[in-house]
Design a protein around this ligand. Structure first.
Ligand code: KIV
Ligand code: ZN
Length: 520
C-alpha cells in the first residue's frame, strides 16, 4: 500500500487544451492554444494535455508546436485504443523535451458495448495498445474511461494489464461526474490495495463536475493515494466541466494543515490565465465562481466590510494576491498616457508588444472619451474585445445606428465589410438588439441559431461597459463570441459577428471532428 506520508507531491495535469477545448463552443485558434500552453508551462503545470492529434490536422499541428516550444512541462497527447491513433499522437508529442502518450478506452459495461467487445477482447486490446505506446515512448498514461461505473474486479484486471504492458500513469476518470467523495477515495484505495504493481505507477484522478463534486472528488482521491490530478482552468470542459485547477491547487494550499500535499504551481499566475482562458474560449466566468469569480474577494455587506477592515482574516481564508489579484489601483482617465496604460496592463498580467500597445491605446482613448474613469475591469474588458481572431474575419462591422424607444418598431442601419466588400442595410426588429442582429443576418444570410445571449456590466454606473457573450450553433458546430463596449447594442453586434466569423472557420474545417467516445 502507498505510504502517503512520504509522497506529498501531487502532479498537476492540465487538460484545458483537450478536455476543456472539447466543450461545445470553446474552440481556440492555433495561436491561442500556443499562448495558453506557454502560460501553463510558466505557471508550473507538470503535464499539459495539448490536444487529440488524430482529431484533425489543426489539433495535430497545435500539439506538435506546443511540444516544440515546451520548456519544463511534460507534453501529452490523447489517443484512442488503436495503433493509428497512438502513432499519430507520438508523431506530435515526440517533439517535446518530455513527451507522454495518453491512450484510453471505455471499460464500463455501457462503454464496452459501443465497440461491442467482450471483457477478454478488451483486455487483449489494452495489452496490445499500451505495449505499442510503450515501445514508442517511456512515459505512457492509460485511462479507463468511465472507471467509476466499471465493475471493480474487471477494473483491477485491466489496470494490472496496463501496468504490465508498461503504463507509467494509471488514470481513473469519473467521466460522467457520477461519483461522490467517499466513493472516489475508496476506488483509488481499492486499486492501490488490490492491483499487483500498483506501487510502481502514479494513480491519477480525472473528475467531471456534473453533480458539482469534481474538486471534492479529486481531493478525496488524493487523500487515498492518487498523486496526479487532472483539471482545467476555470473548470472548462464537456457538459458541467472538469475539476477546476485553481480550486484543487488553492484547496491544497489553503488547507495544507489537513491535506499536506504540495503542487509545483505558482498560484500568483492563476488570475491571469483564468481571464485569458475565459477570453479565448468565450466562456464567461460566473461571478460567484470559487477563487476566480469577480465576487470571490468582494465583501458587500456592512458586517463583512467592517470585519475586513479590522482584520482581513475575519472573512478571508486566502489573500487576493496569492492568486495574482492586485489590490484595486487608481483608475486611468483621458489624460493618462501610453506609459501609464502599459504599466496598468503589466500589473494586470498582460505583456503587450509595441503594435498591440498602440492598438490598445487607441481603444483606451476612445473609451476614456466616453467614460470619466477607466477601471481595471474596463481594461480587462478592452483586452477581451481586442483579442478576437482578426485573421479569420469575413465580416467586419463598419457602422451602426439604431433607433429605439417606446414607439416601435426599433430599427438599425448597418454597414459591414463582407469578404472585403462594403455593404449596407436598414432593418427593423423587436428591440434594438433584435433589429441589429437582423441587419447582420440580412447582410450575411446564415442558418446559425442563437443559443445564448448574455449581457453583464463590467463596472458600476450608467456609463459602464457591457460585456456581451453570444453562442451560435449550426449543423452541430458551436461557436462563441465576446465583446465589450459602453454601448450595449454595439457590444452585442460585435460579439455576434465574432461568433459568426468563428463559425465560418469551423464550418469549413476539412476534417470531420472525431469524438473521443469512438474507441477504435
Ligand atoms: O472523461 C474522460 O473519461 C476523459 C478520458 C478521455 C480521459 O476525458
Ligand atoms: Zn474527461
Amino acid at each position: 500500500m502507498t505510504d502517503t506520508t512520504k509522497q506529498d507531491r501531487v502532479l498537476i495535469f492540465d487538460t484545458t487544451l483537450r478536455d476543456g477545448e472539447q466543450s461545445p463552443g470553446a474552440t481556440m485558434s492555433h495561436e491561442e492554444k500556443l499562448e495558453i500552453a506557454e502560460m501553463l508551462d510558466d505557471m508550473g503545470v507538470d503535464i499539459i494535455e495539448a490536444g487529440f492529434p488524430i482529431a484533425s490536422q489543426g489539433d495535430f499541428e497545435a500539439v506538435k508546436e506546443i511540444a516544440v516550444r515546451s520548456k519544463n512541462s511534460v507534453i501529452c497527447g490523447l489517443s484512442r485504443a488503436n495503433k493509428t491513433d497512438i502513432d499519430r499522437c507520438w508523431e506530435a508529442v515526440s517533439h517535446a523535451g518530455k513527451p507522454r502518450i495518453h491512450t484510453f478506452i471505455g471499460t464500463s459495461p455501457l462503454h464496452r458495448a459501443i465497440p461491442n467487445l467482450t471483457m477478454d477482447q478488451m483486455a487483449d486490446l489494452i495489452h496490445e495498445t499500451v505495449t505499442h505506446a510503450r515501445n514508442l515512448c517511456d512515459n505512457v498514461q492509460w485511462s479507463a474511461m468511465d472507471a467509476t461505473r466499471t465493475e471493480h474486479d474487471y477494473l483491477c484486471r485491466v489496470v494490472e494489464i496496463a501496468i504490465k504492458a508498461g503504463a507509467t500513469t494509471i488514470n481513473i476518470p469519473d467521466t460522467v461526474g457520477y461519483t461522490a467523495p467517499r466513493e472516489s477515495a475508496e476506488l483509488i484505495r481499492m486499486l492501490i490495495d488490490r492491483v499487483p504493481g500498483a506501487e510502481d505507477v502514479v494513480f491519477s484522478t480525472h473528475c467531471h463536475n456534473d453533480l458539482g463534486m469534481a474538486t471534492a472528488n479529486s481531493l478525496a482521491a488524493v487523500e487515498a493515494g492518487a498523486r496526479q490530478v487532472e483539471c482545467t482552468i476555470n473548470g472548462l470542459g464537456e457538459r458541467a466541466g472538469n475539476a477546476a485547477l485553481e480550486e484543487v491547487v488553492m484547496a491544497l494550499k489553503v488547507r495544507n494543515d489537513i491535506m499536506p500535499y504540495e503542487t509545483g504551481i505558482d498560484t500568483r499566475r492563476i488570475m491571469n490565465i483564468s481571464r485569458r482562458v475565459s477570453q479565448v474560449s468565450g466562456f464567461p466566468i460566473q461571478f460567484n465562481k470559487a477563487i476566480v469569480g469577480k465576487n470571490a474577494f468582494a465583501h458587500e455587506s456592512g458586517i463583512h466590510q467592517d470585519g475586513m477592515l479590522k482584520n482581513a482574516e475575519t472573512f478571508e481564508i486566502m489573500r487576493p494576491e496569492h492568486i495574482g489579484l492586485a489590490a484595486s489601483s487608481l483608475p486611468l482617465g483621458k489624460h493618462s498616457g501610453r506609459a501609464a496604460l502599459k504599466d496598468k496592463l503589466k500589473n494586470l498580467g498582460y505583456e503587450v508588444g509595441d503594435n498591440q500597445l498602440k492598438d490598445m491605446f487607441v481603444r483606451f482613448k476612445a473609451l476614456a472619451d466616453r467614460k470619466k474613469e477607466v477601471y481595471d475591469d474596463d481594461i480587462i474588458a478592452l483586452m477581451t474585445d481586442a483579442s478576437g481572431d482578426r485573421v479569420n474575419e469575413r465580416i467586419k462591422l463598419k457602422a451602426l445606428r439604431v433607433v429605439c424607444g417606446t414607439e416601435g418598431p426599433q430599427s438599425a442601419e448597418m454597414t459591414c465589410e463582407i469578404d472585403g466588400k462594403e455593404v449596407s442595410v436598414e432593418t427593423t426588429g423587436d428591440g434594438p438588439v433584435d433589429a441589429a442582429f437582423n441587419a447582420v443576418k440580412s447582410l450575411f444570410p446564415t442558418k446559425a441559431r442563437l443559443e445564448l445571449y448574455q449581457v453583464s456590466a463590467v463596472t458600476e454606473g450608467t456609463d459602464a461597459q457591457a460585456t456581451v457573450s453570444v453562442r451560435l450553433a449550426e449543423d452541430g458546430r458551436i461557436s462563441t463570441g465576446q465583446s465589450a463596449d459602453t454601448d450595449t447594442v454595439v457590444a452585442s453586434v460585435k460579439a455576434y459577428i465574432t461568433a459568426l466569423n468563428r463559425l465560418q472557420v469551423r464550418m469549413t474545417k476539412s476534417t470531420p471532428e472525431v469524438r473521443y467516445t469512438d474507441a477504435s
